[in-house]
Ligand binder design. Structure first.
Ligand code: UDP
Ligand code: MG
Length: 329
């Protein structure tokens, strides 16, 4: 961590904190979230608002949000036209949040609001990013823990920008970090990777991850698997390159083997058997080629969706917020 940190010089007004909360079918969790977090925020020496992003919920989430907004103007809403996924919802929140610092938080209170006070304190000391690191994941199943662990190991080995282990989306960012994220042009938004890519002086606070308090998880294994593919293909081209090395290796082995066979045939004459090994080699190489093609396809598909330049999300309505004019490059 940087030694040359300069404490922020703040004006007479308390700084503004915006909390971004993506919500997808969270009608059961919203009121509880608001009632829990508001007192924490009131206790802190900040002006605050909460930007809820309704990610195309099919239940009464929007209705609940509008009720909250009517009762308290500090509850603001970005309403998306359909379910775009948590990454897009976070992007929408970051585009619309106006605070001097911004925090991304889940609505299920798995990101404890008690940490906010420490996070803001570290921000005052001069850190631009404060990440929350979970020291335990006892809420998650064994399978999820093991697969998440393997994903981070693979990702960090092959991607030039590293994601710290056990750090989720719960984090505080200064407004200049938010500006840097807004300026990133890509459509496939693997936010954990983008957060790591922008850098900035970063502090860590540790916490025990509690269980989800209301509602149910929105991620199944298929969704997580596709999420992992997005992450790896967005940040590394190693899966494309290994095929050149593999091809080279197979070609060298085949050449040496060919020389041996020719030599043997000249010396010992023609030898007919070898049908089974031939078939095995052909099938093996056919399989390898298909895998290689599939990997090229993964990248090609993503290049295709990037080149179409469709927006990352569409807003159907804004409550308490201005239309965001910032054009992505
Ligand atoms: N979420 C979202 N869009 C989605 C899926 C999830 O906005 O398509 C939100 C969800 O409402 C919650 C947060 O992302 O606020 C985290 O989701 P969840 O708690 O289900 O994930 P988990 O903690 O199980 O990884
Ligand atoms: Mg959760």
């Amino acid at each position: 961590m940087s030694d040359a940190l300069v404490a922020r010089s703040l004006g007479t007004e308390p700084p503004r904190l915006s909390i971004i909360v993506p919500c997808y079918n969270e009608e059961d969790a919203l009121d509880h979230f608001w009632r829990t977090i508001a007192p924490h925020l009131d206790d802190m020496d900040v002006q605050w608002d909460i930007v809820f992003v309704n990610d195309g919920s099919s239940d009464a989430t929007l209705l609940k949000l509008v009720q909250l907004h009517r009762a308290d103007q500090r509850a603001k809403i970005v309403d998306l036209t359909r379910n775009f996924g948590k990454e897009a919802a976070m992007t929408a929140g970051l585009d619309h949040a106006g605070g001097d610092m911004v925090v991304v938080m889940d609505v299920d209170l798995q990101d404890p609001p008690e940490l906010l006070i420490d996070m803001v304190d570290l921000w005052r000391q001069g850190y631009d990013v404060v990440v929350a690191r979970r020291v335990s994941r006892f809420d998650d199943t064994q399978l999820k823990r093991v697969s998440a662990g393997n994903f981070y190991r693979v990702f960090n080995r092959i991607s030039p920008s590293k994601i710290p282990a056990d750090v989720g989306d719960y984090r505080l960012m200064d407004k200049r970090v938010v500006a840097a994220l807004r300026a990133l042009p890509e459509r496939v938004r693997f936010m954990k990777g983008l957060f790591a890519w922008v850098g900035f002086p970063t502090a860590v606070v540790d916490y025990e991850r509690p269980v989800r308090q209301r509602g149910t998880t929105k991620f199944n294994y298929w969704r997580l698997w596709n999420f992992a593919l997005d992450g790896i293909t967005s940040f590394s081209t190693l899966p494309l390159r290994i095929w050149s090395y593999l091809g080279l290796f197979v070609a060298v082995v085949a050449f040496v083997y060919g020389v041996i066979i020719i030599g043997r045939t000249i010396i010992l004459g023609i030898d007919v058997p070898g049908y089974a090994s031939l078939l095995a080699a052909v099938l093996f190489l056919g399989g390898m080629q298909l895998v290689g093609l599939g990997i090229i396809g993964e990248y090609l598909g993503r290049i295709y969706s990037e080149t179409k330049r469709r927006p990352i999300y569409l807003t159907g309505g804004l409550y308490g917020l201005k239309q965001e004019k910032a054009e992505r490059p």
